[in-house]
Ligand binder design. Structure first.
Ligand code: NAD
Length: 328
């Protein structure tokens, strides 16, 4: 049986006794964040409409008095009783398969969901934390991408619903900071992987693990020369919580700068699984970025954070999860 607690390590004493509202907390990343918060001694109200998440992701927390899960759409009126220290917004379809299936919802949750979360933080005097994305850089013309790069996004392409929702969410977050002096944090998350990803969410890591375990050729888009930089979830969550506890208002990239081509990723997954069925090339989706790599100098400077887990190590830590969910 996969141990849900396995990926929770560390702990942040500063969080003890605090109350965090985590929007989208039953998703892949949000559930890891909830776990770290609870294990650090914080009280967590997780609000999630389970559109792409699942209560199974937080099942290990449900018996804990510090944790509660509320099945609710955060684009609706949002009220939480009592004191709140942090409002963290992870709510959004996040994989291309999901946001192409729910384009309007993706725009709504990025806009109205973020607005409701900011309203709650404002009313409670809480810190608002936005989970933004490296997709705000679009198909970037500079590599690696520093926070100062404004991006190269096609607003009307199919992926625009996600990229522009996050760009709007960042703008709204900083507007609340400037006009209402809400304390804000923005993390630009680069591709993150690890236990609790859905095998069918369409992202490369689950698709490659599934194919390799089934001994089928791994589905690679284009010629596989496009690059990604993948961060193991424990590294990502550590960076997220360091940012939460910092005083950095503007966006900070959190990701692993180890950049690999899709073909290299496919090769490494096959090595880790121990099956080598090869790859099968598929047409590249519209506006699929050619390169992606974080410049993490700001995170290193202001948070003292740097990814520690290599791609091969992170994939090895992820393998038991995919074996379990796929019944191997
Ligand atoms: P996920 O789909 O697993 O999690 C998103 C969660 O939000 C799900 O549990 C879903 O049910 C919930 N949600 C969506 N709409 C909602 C609504 N209206 N009301 C309440 N809950 C709602 O995706 P993830 O990979 O965990 O991503 C989490 C966040 O991190 C997203 O905001 C995403 O944009 C951001 N992000 C993730 C990555 C990554 O590599 N995983 C990269 C960049 C940014």
């Amino acid at each position: 049986m996969f141990d849900m607690r396995r990926s929770a390590f560390g702990g942040f004493r500063e969080l003890e006794g605090k109350h965090a509202v985590v929007m989208g907390g039953a998703g892949f990343l949000g559930s890891h964040v909830c776990t770290w918060l609870v294990y650090s001694g914080a009280k967590v109200t997780c609000i999630d409409n389970l559109i792409t998440g699942s209560s199974a992701n937080v099942s290990h927390l449900l018996g804990d008095r510090k944790f509660r899960l509320i099945d609710y759409d955060v684009t609706d009126y949002l009220h939480v009783s009592g004191e709140v220290d942090y409002v963290m917004n992870f709510a959004s379809p996040a994989s291309p398969v999901d946001y192409l299936k729910w384009p309007i919802h993706t725009l709504k949750v990025g806009a109205f969901g973020t607005h409701k979360g900011l309203g709650l933080a404002y009313a409670k005097g809480a810190t608002f934390f936005l989970a933004s994305t490296s997709e705000v850089y679009g198909d970037p013309l500079v590599n690696p991408q520093p926070e100062t790069y404004w991006g190269n996004v096609n607003p009307i392409g199919p992926r625009g619903v996600y990229d522009e929702a996050k760009r709007f969410a960042e703008a709204l977050t900083l507007a609340y900071n400037r006009e209402h002096e809400v304390d804000t944090r923005i993390v630009r998350i680069f591709n993150t992987y690890g236990p609790r990803m859905r095998p069918d969410d369409g992202r490369a890591v689950p698709a490659f693990f599934k194919a390799a375990l089934e001994n089928r050729p791994l589905p690679v888009f284009g010629d596989g020369s496009q690059t990604r930089s993948l961060c193991y979830v424990d590294d990502e969550v550590e960076g997220i919580l360091r940012l939460l506890l910092s005083e950095e208002t503007g966006p900070v990239n959190i990701g692993n700068p180890e950049e690999v081509t899709m073909l290299e990723l496919a090769e490494t997954v096959q090595d880790v699984v121990g099956n080598h069925p090869g790859v099968e090339l598929h047409p590249r989706p519209t506006d699929d970025p050619m390169v992606r790599r974080p410049d993490t100098s700001k995170a290193e400077l202001v948070l003292g954070w740097k990814a520690q887990i290599t791609l091969r190590e992170g994939l090895s830590r992820t393998l038991p999860w995919f074996k379990e969910v796929l019944g191997y």
